[in-house]
Ligand binder design. Structure first.
Ligand SMILES: *Cc1c(COP(=O)(O)O)cnc(C)c1O
Length: 416
């Protein structure tokens, strides 16, 4: 039996036993595409087009300005926030949807630093997503702090020495490049032990694995609406502020929507009570309603089962890569241990970009992260083991035949 034959049998058995397989019908995926980039832009949930038609024609077109009240547009940031809260383990009233992750990071880091005014350090991951590092630097410059970049593994040692000077720590549970999963409970515990505040960026975790921000006692968190939450391109992000911090949450952007009496139109800012004070300006209603509809794809879904299937898929992908790609110059980057793996599988190859482009021409959509990583995002709501195997067979064929060496696969598009 060839490696491919036995992998085919294994994929068929795993898919046949997959209780989540029917969830694929909650998404509209094009024929002939294997979509392994849902960690960058989630696929289109089937509930979204109809919700958009209703939002545009009925709510906007017919309701006009009345829809702020009649269709509860005004409450959308909190309502959609609570829907996200259910997926990250946050009780209602602590999560707000709106703006981009970058903006919410700014808000979270600045507000957290202001809660620890006597501490001069902001700590973040040198491997963090670039915007997280840039925003940390900007917040530090604005508030007169110093940024220390400390890898998650070195954080306990750093905190033992400098912890009493740290105001806030900003980390991500999943490394966006390698897919490595860090121990959220241990990091949160170490940061808070030092008396600092923990700000998590959940972009690559929300909707992909069960999260328990309340139970872990996380202080603040942000995340993205367009990755595993599948809210659409540029979907609103979210901000979580633990209830115990809300009264002290001094928002750096005091927009009128966060005012205690937004329609009183007074000239001085008084923050609203609760998570409403995290609002800024007029929210993007169409995008919020698309995200709200998208989140119904999670209705009745147990994230522990999503996580189990995701681990099965990423583990199977790594097995396929090992069996099928031997001798073709690939190395696996994502950790093998399930407890150290997020919801993507990553391979290293010096010709990563051209390989990803050539794969796309065969209908296998993944992405590349500079300089040499092929990244395959796994959304367990809509992917199967059969597709994972087909993707790795396609990669083997491309690499073996040197298909990617054609000139057109080397030209860079603006978005990689
Ligand atoms: C995707 C991602 C972002 C994106 O930020 P935007 O403001 O939405 O562009 C930020 N941080 C992390 C960790 C991400 O994975």
């Amino acid at each position: 039996m060839t490696a491919e034959t036995s992998l085919t049998a294994r994929a068929a058995a795993l898919d046949a036993a997959d209780a989540l397989a029917p969830l694929r019908d909650r998404f509209l995926l094009p024929e002939g595409v294997i979509y392994l980039d849902g960690n960058s832009l989630g696929a289109l949930p089937a509930a979204v087009p109809e919700a958009m038609t209703d939002a545009v024609h009925r709510q906007w077109g017919t309701g006009l300005i009345r829809s702020w009240n009649d269709n509860a547009w005004w409450q959308a940031p909190q309502r959609v926030g609570d829907a996200i809260g259910r997926l990250i383990g946050a009780a209602p009233g602590q999560t707000l949807a709106g703006d981009s992750t970058s903006v919410q990071l700014f808000n979270a880091l600045a507000a957290a630093a202001r809660m620890r005014p006597d501490r001069p350090l902001l700590v973040t991951d040198p491997g963090h997503f670039p915007t997280d590092q840039y925003i940390a630097d900007a917040v530090a410059r604005l508030l007169g702090l110093r940024v220390h970049r400390v890898a998650p593994g070195e954080l306990p040692g750093f905190l033992a020495a400098e912890g009493s000077r740290v105001a806030v720590a900003g980390y991500a549970p999943v490394d966006y490049r390698t897919g490595e999963l860090h121990d959220m409970a241990a990091i949160t515990g170490a940061v808070q032990e030092a008396g600092a505040l923990m700000v998590w960026d959940l972009c690559h975790a929300a909707g992909a694995l069960p999260l328990e921000v309340d139970r872990l006692g996380v202080d603040l968190a942000v995340g993205c609406g367009y990755k595993f939450l599948s809210g659409g391109p540029g979907a609103p992000a979210f901000l979580y502020v633990a209830a115990r911090h809300q009264a002290a949450f001094d928002h750096p952007l005091t927009g009128w929507n966060g005012h205690a009496d937004p329609f009183g139109l007074g000239g001085d800012y008084t923050p609203a009570a609760g998570i409403a004070r995290a609002r800024i300006g007029t929210p993007p209603i169409l995008s919020l309603l698309a995200l709200e509809a998208a989140l119904t794809a999670f209705d009745g879904v147990d994230l522990a089962r999503v996580r189990a299937k995701s681990l099965s898929l990423t583990g199977f992908l790594l097995d396929c890569a090992e069996a099928l790609l031997a001798g073709l110059g690939f190395t696996a980057v994502t950790p093998r241990e399930p407890e150290r793996r997020g919801s993507q599988a990553v391979l290293r190859h010096p010709e990563a970009y051209a390989l990803v482009r050539a794969l796309a021409e065969r209908g296998v959509l993944g992405d590349m992260r500079a300089p040499d990583l092929l990244r395959f995002g796994i959304n367990a709501l809509y992917l199967s083991h059969r597709e994972v195997l087909a993707a790795m067979c396609a990669l083997r064929d491309v690499a073996r035949e040197g298909e990617h060496r054609q000139e057109r696969f080397r030209r860079r598009s603006p978005v990689t």
